[in-house]
Ligand binder design. Sequence first.
Ligand code: FES
Ligand SMILES: [Fe+2]
Length: 435
Amino acid sequence: MDSFTPIAKTTLDTQALVFEDESDFRVHGSVYTDDQIFNAEMRDIFGKCWIFIGHESEVRNSGDFKTSFIGRRPVVMSRDEHGEIHVFFNRCRHRGSVVCREERGSVKRFQCQYHGWVYGLDGTLQGVAKHKGGYPDDLDKSRLGLMAVPRVEIYRGLVFANMDANAITFTAYLGAAKPFLDIHLDRAPDGEVEVVHGAHRTEYRGNWKFQAENSTDGYHGDTVHESFFKLVAEFGNKSGQHGAYTQGDLDEIFAHRMTGRTLGFENGHGIWESPLSPDAAENMRAGPFADYVDWLEGKYGTQSMHEMLNAMNLLIFPSLAVLHGQFRVIRPISVDRTEVAMHFFKLKGASEAYNNFRLSGYQRFFGPASFGSPDDVEIFAFNQTGLQAEEVEWLLLSRGMARETSDKLGVRVAESTDETPQRAFHRAWRAHMGA
Ligand code: FES
Ligand SMILES: [Fe+2]
């Protein structure tokens, strides 16, 4: 440890807080504990990147809404009378209260609870309570609608918003990670997914980046989830929620997949894939979901079918993870407080029985009374406590650097327990924080 190069003394010198050379990758502890850095992240990361707001299926009908956050900024996603989706700040133009207090629902209009101003589903200001005498008769309501978030893009039903009017398009932002998001959606026979059960939420006393890093961390499973794996070993793993890569690259990558792998992408996105289980398809075919396996094989071919039956966790920088049939949304509340909302999604076109089977697998590891997520969240709180020993300074994220390679798309690839996605995350973090 003593041989490390000197650290940044000013905590706001963000470029010095992520250190990298050929064999060493470190992140400074203040990145997780410093209030000023947290505030800068809200501006430079959550104010510049594409942030997941929700799925179209959550606002299926006109009048439906869902509230969410872009960093700390409260937003509302609504579907108006013409079927169009809007995302605006959940902030009344009068004196700033939220106009929508519920997580989701259906309304004809939004009324602020403080003084009663009324807004349409498209955000327009429709009425000012006790207008007469208090304001000019010709008050220009057209300038007082709910403020729209500058950019909204919908990708295969996923609604993303960006605070930066000049941001690159969402698909450009996804870059080489796009085919991996497609894989999650291509598992649906109808080519799209549906969020139908709302979300289950958990909050932890730790920095938001712990959950972002952990979503693609293949190194912690044997320790944090030891009890789960013991159960699996005892009773046998008969579940079958799995993942994949793209057409064309499959031969090249297949060898890697026998041991699993991690990937790191340019804009901070990352992937963890579990070791391929060659019998997964045959095991499933022997069970009640043979028709689904047959459909996968018919549509994508035998090799891709195997790939698509394996687990693949995708982190879309900075705060959305798509894994095991869920959209996992990480919401930073303060430097040491985070909410995680997990939205299970159904595969449209798959049988009810198969979707229920997926749901029970999800509940077993990720649900409120499960064996997986609650253990992770507890670790994040311990991380935050450990980092209070500020004198130690650095976290080490160099695992697997020596065996990391770059594939033909420029994507970094290493083994399943390596910290390749976490390094990609922090490179992007540093780039945004310096911009
Ligand atoms: S703050 Fe909304 S009506 Fe006054
Ligand atoms: Fe975990």
